[in-house]
Design a protein around this ligand. Sequence first.
Ligand SMILES: Cc1cc2nc3c(=O)[nH]c(=O)nc-3n(C[C@H](O)[C@H](O)[C@H](O)COP(=O)(O)O)c2cc1C
Length: 419
Amino acid sequence: MENDVEETLHTTDTRQRHAFTLEQPMPHLITSNVAESIESSVLCWLATVSEEGTPNLSPKEAFLHDGQGRILIANIASPVSVKNIAAHDRVCVSFVDVFVQKGYKVSGRATVLKPGDSGFEAANSMLTESIGTAFPIHSIILVEPAEVVEIIAPSYWLFPDSGPLDRIRDSLDSYKVADYRRRVLSQEVPAAALQILVYGDSLSWGVIPNTRQRFEFGKRWPGVMQRALSELGVPVRVIEDCLNGRRTAWEDPFKPGRNGLVGLEQTIEINSPLSLVIVALGTNDFQSVHQLDAWQSAQGMGAIISSIRRAPIEPGMKTPEILVVAPPKIQTAKGAIAPKFVGAENKAAGLNAAIQDVAREAGCRFFDAGSVTETSEIDGVHLDEDQHVRLGLALAAEVKRIIQLSSSDGVRVPAEHLE
Ligand SMILES: Cc1cc2nc3c(=O)[nH]c(=O)nc-3n(C[C@H](O)[C@H](O)[C@H](O)COP(=O)(O)O)c2cc1C
């Protein structure tokens, strides 16, 4: 095999070809041209071979070159590739910019970096920076190139007079890009799309702890959830109605409009038809201006549920399903919000159980955010970026279950399915 690789050094092939022995992988095999091509390819194809010699080829879109001559591919859902690499480490990865119709075929040796392995953390943060945190990376396939060969569409030599722009124009045409675009645009807000309203406070609004900034949509949990649901094959439109400082059923003496009951029926009306309302409230009931306990706050949640069901929605529209989310445990508040939440961690003791009781009694679904995330160490109340991701992914799985249990138009979940 090694001879084959070395042989390529003496090939008469006129295409760009570089090869080195596998024992001495050369970082500069990923030249700036190759790096550019990798960056402009939206998909790569990873070829591996099983222990028995069966070839396997599968597409990956989460990959990059690490600037050190290696290629990193995220194992999100690639069990066969990973198993094959454990048996035979020889792999081949092809990248093609389909519009320019050129690319590179990189062969070499692969190793699979697992969490805890040396180099995993650095590789993982590079990939995460590129693809975000919505996709779980189980391990990372690290390819050390031994040979890089340029891939060129036959049109380059069959029609040498065509320029790069002609080629891109032809590709747009032959890959029917305009048709796909029309399809997407005409369905961007499909009439039958499931709509989910998130009715929450600053934990859902996505305030960045100890700042007055907001995480962007893709980083706060409603956005993480929307994207994950779409990945799970349940495309939904998430409508956010999240107000900083919102209580369940109480006013803020200093800032008007923080009582969650005020205007809620109209909010439901405005956004109907809704398949699901996710209510994520409770934390602000424990601000220092109130002397409430967990039971009282949970009664506030009960009032919110009743209000949603009372909303005078149009005839023929179904009352939405309700998912009640208990907030993660409040810790001793720190930073600028500390005076606002003095003693909250004690007053809120038992809140998740109290909310669960109310949800069960009302026939709503329930989710305890504290089962997947703590509150931020920075301010003790809100959520950090990774905590938003955890919550968004967990809620996506929960919402998928609810939607599958409910009929498509949003009737109640039968009691026997309730936990
Ligand atoms: C467009 C597209 C992009 C994909 N990107 C990745 C990826 O980056 N990482 C991954 O592990 N799987 C990805 N997959 C899924 C795998 O290709 C798929 O699960 C495949 O069956 C895995 O095969 P394997 O186990 O032989 O590797 C992608 C699939 C498609 C269609």
